[in-house]
Design a binder for this molecule. Structure first.
Ligand code: 6PG
Length: 586
């Protein structure tokens, strides 16, 4: 459903309207304190200026401010979302610091610790005030690349239950704590605050993707669109007039028409047909004729809103099949003899192969739902209909001279095959680079580490769904099945664990293994140093950190464990070493 759309002609007007809306929502709230999660970036600056100039908007109201996302930089940095808000409004109006909840940046603290701390702070606030959700309003921006919060295109950060998660800016690599899609979905009110005409097309694309028929998987390619689709009660405050509110001029009709590849074929026709140096069609000069055809078809198809991807846009081309032979003869004249005659079975066989290939590639598309597949679908329909029409024409008018050669049919199928291959390859590349394998949602894995002091239990025969088990790895792991929640997966693993040992959640990280990336929930069983060796069904033994470090580059350890060991080292193993030091000192 289309979000409520509040338009003002300039960013200041938008800031005023948004502030009035926040006050109304505050006044209508059923419980206090009221909490708002703010985004960063440049858009909110005008809103902060408006609040600084009109402190009565905030003062006297019990509003707690949180942050949608934060870059892991010091608060003094110009990149700090909290730092910018503090300097722009909260410090100047002397806002109560107890009502400000920044995502703290601590030198040397890992991103996962920052995420875990903020999730804990949010949850404590929610529990303290018995709120069903921690935030009453989440205010989101939209980046020009379609990102929102710090959820960027191509990241596999879906279906993550925590309110906040770890992200990283794809260009500058700065780690970020970000409100998750689930956190956005749970918010009672989500307001998109978008200003600047540079974002007009992007905002229109986000809205049409979020509210259109696209599948969830397809919507995920634009985080802001997926967030808008997931969010409850969304509103948009903007100074952007959506393209549909503007009448398309004749020039833009022409442009969209000319984009139709078939039209280009058509416009070339008169030039080719006049190869004997004679006139083009109807006695007109070939070029005038070409231009006229191009403009005529462009206006017709755009006035009738025929998207050039649809088959109808190519009907003119299909009607001109009879000219294929004439064109081919003239282009190929002298380059090769057009084979005289041909057998129907060959033609028929070609059509069948072409149609079967078309169906198979459509099937691939349906599975992956990848945007480029729309192109493949279109080209299949076009080439398929060309082939069928050609066949019909052959059957109905066998005596026509231009049916003397199989060349047009072969060329049609050859052109189509090359086009289809190109698009399929592009779809696969995009599917891989999007780190969400085409056709399946991002994968999530639960892994259990058994720790004793500084030692980690490793085995060469792990009980896991993974295929790559030739190396030493943690003893137990499983992928979360589609539709299954994480706890169910953990419960499945518990049945395989040594009796009486209960895994505890430690952290979540994105594993960049060669499958295109997936999310790992790491659980640990932390045994005291005096504990006896557990009965582990899959065998193995405790490896001390020296042995692990020695084997790090030997190829004996699984890639995912090697990556994970860095997290274990800086969390549970570090904590155990501090505890054992203190025991020694005591
Ligand atoms: C951030 C922001 C970010 C912002 C969009 C829009 O930390 O970068 O929270 O998600 O909302 O990038 O940014 P602009 O307002 O600068 O266009």
């Amino acid at each position: 459903m289309m979000p409520a759309y509040t338009y003002r002609p300039d960013p200041q007007g938008v800031a005023e309207a948004l502030s009035e809306r926040i006050i109304r929502l505050y006044d209508d709230a059923s419980s206090y304190p009221f909490s708002i999660a703010l985004s960063g970036g440049s858009t909110p600056k005008v809103l902060f200026d408006h609040w600084r100039e009109h402190p009565e908007v905030l003062q006297g109201r019990d509003i707690h401010f949180w942050w949608v996302d934060e870059r892991m930089v010091p608060v003094e940095s110009k990149d700090s979302n909290f730092g910018n808000a503090l300097r722009a409004v909260f410090a100047p109006i002397g806002y109560d610091p107890d009502r400000l909840h920044p995502i703290a940046y601590v030198e040397g603290q890992s991103i996962d610790e920052a995420v875990a701390k903020y999730n804990a702070e949010v949850e404590a606030f929610r529990k303290k005030y018995a709120k069903s959700e921690p935030f009453d309003i989440v205010i989101l921006g939209v980046g020009e690349d379609g990102h929102t919060s710090s959820l960027f295109p191509g990241q596999a950060l879906f279906d993550i239950d925590e309110d906040f998660l770890r992200s990283v800016h794809p260009l500058n690599g700065i780690e970020r704590v970000a409100l998750s899609y689930e956190g956005i979905r749970r918010a009672p009110k989500c307001i998109f605050h978008v200003t600047g005409t540079a974002k007009t097309d992007r905002l229109a694309e986000v809205i049409s993707l979020a509210t259109g028929k696209a599948s969830d998987t397809e919507t995920r390619r634009l985080p802001a669109a997926y967030a808008m689709r997931m969010a409850h009660k969304t509103e948009i405050f903007t100074d952007i007039k959506l393209p549909t509110t503007k009448k398309k001029g004749l020039s833009s009709h022409l442009l969209s028409g000319i984009l139709n590849p078939s039209l280009l074929w058509l416009s070339v026709l008169p030039i080719l047909l006049s190869q004997e140096g004679g006139n083009g069609l109807w006695g007109l000069s070939p070029h005038l004729c070409s231009g006229g055809l191009l403009i005529l078809f462009a206006i017709i198809q755009s006035l009738f809103r025929i998207n050039y991807r649809s088959l109808y846009a190519h009907l003119p081309l299909l009607l001109l099949i009879p000219f294929h032979k004439v064109i081919l003869v003239r282009i190929m004249d002298g380059m090769m003899d057009i084979p005289q005659g041909y057998s129907t079975p060959v033609l028929f066989g070609l059509m069948i192969v072409a149609s079967l290939w078309g169906i198979s590639s459509v099937r691939t598309c349906e599975l992956s739902k990848h945007p480029t597949c729309r192109e493949l679908l279109f080209s299949n329909r076009l080439m398929g209909s060309l082939a069928v029409l050609y066949l019909l024409a052959y059957i109905l008018f066998p005596a026509y001279p231009w049916m003397e050669s199989i060349l047009p049919a072969v060329l049609i199928v050859a052109v189509w095959g090359i086009h289809a291959l190109r698009i399929l390859r592009r779809a696969e590349r995009r599917a891989h680079s999007a780190t969400i394998p085409a056709g399946i949602d991002c994968r999530q894995e639960v892994r259990v580490a058994i720790i004793r002091g500084q030692e980690v239990w490793l085995t060469s025969h792990p009980d896991t769904d993974r295929q790559d088990t030739q190396n030493y790895d943690l003893p137990f792991s499983t992928f979360i099945k589609n539709g299954e929640d994480r706890q169910t997966a953990v419960d499945r693993l518990k049945k395989r664990l040594p009796k009486g040992l209960k895994p505890k959640f430690l952290l979540r990280y994105n594993s960049d293994d060669n499958d295109g990336g997936h999310v790992v929930y790491l659980y640990v069983i932390n045994l005291g140093t005096e504990c006896p060796v557990p009965e582990v069904s899959v065998g193995g033994e405790f490896w001390c950190s020296r042995k692990i470090n020695d084997e790090m580059n030997s190829g004996m350890l699984s890639p995912v464990f090697k990556e994970e060991y860095q997290y274990l080292k800086h969390t549970i193993l570090l904590a155990n070493s501090i505890v054992s030091k203190r025991k020694c000192e005591a």
